[in-house]
Design a protein around this ligand. Sequence first.
Ligand code: CO
Length: 148
Amino acid sequence: MAIRPIVKMGDDLLRMKSKPVTEFDERLGILLDDMRETMLKNNGVGIAAPQVGILKRACIVSVDGKTFYELINPIVVKASGRQVGPEGCLSVPGINGDVERPKKLIVDGVDRKGLPVRFKVSDYEAVAFCHEMDHLDGVLFIDKMLRG
Ligand code: CO
């Protein structure tokens, strides 16, 4: 595993739409392992592939540092409720702000072998899922930040 440099705001990469993962090979595994290590090293609760300069639809979420979700080609199949809470981003250092997100989420995707997976998350995990999936479409939390 290796720690990769994090792409920071101002870089056009963060504003681009990522492409679906189509190759479920060793390279994908290395990317995901590196993303995990990079996220942990930077005390993040999530990271998306574009944040390490790879425009692929893959992200990692771990709000407790124990359970690691790997979201590959994720699609929201159900979102319900709402919550508002502070967010930050490894690519947007020094800025935090409130964002409205769904309270509960069902997300379909595939695992690193390409097999289908379904995640049911709520509360802060739902926030992190939404935040990371936004990265795959070039959207940053500051775009959705509520005004004080
Ligand atoms: Co982010």
